[in-house]
Design a protein around this ligand. Structure first.
Ligand code: SF4
Ligand code: SF4
Length: 114
């Protein structure tokens, strides 16, 4: 394909059965408001960390629910726990607790505690 100056993208499939949804399930067990997110993006647009980095809490939650955890694992430390996201969330999602629980779940996973 290269001789035409373009390539085909790999097929994009979200394989919920094979992906690791244990982090999202752990969060949901401990913070039920995780299920209320409508992916509006208000949290991401007001995010302090998102002002200076590509960090997006909206994207983070979507990836966790899909069980696509690696990008979340890499980026979650950028959150400063300032709480602005929880002030603007129209659904009352306890965003800071979700971030804290995700960090805890990743740590537990490393030590095989979940
Ligand atoms: S608590 Fe974290 S995710 Fe929420 S606005 Fe602050 S830096 Fe962004
Ligand atoms: S502001 Fe609330 S409802 Fe909107 S994407 Fe963020 S967590 Fe979800």
């Amino acid at each position: 394909m290269d001789k035409f100056g373009f390539t085909l993208s790999k097929a994009r499939v979200i394989d919920l059965d094979s992906n690791d949804r244990s982090i999202a399930e752990y969060i949901l067990r401990n913070e039920p408001s995780f299920s209320l997110c409508i992916e509006c993006g208000c949290c991401a647009s007001t995010c302090t960390a998102g002002t200076y980095t590509p960090f997006s809490l909206r994207e983070l939650q979507i990836l966790l629910k899909r069980g696509e955890n690696e990008k979340v694992r890499t980026n979650i430390g950028k959150c400063m726990l300032c709480g602005k996201c929880s002030l603007v969330c129209p659904r009352g999602v306890n965003t800071r607790n979700i971030i804290e629980l995700a960090k805890k779940a990743f740590k537990n996973q490393e030590t095989h505690a979940i």
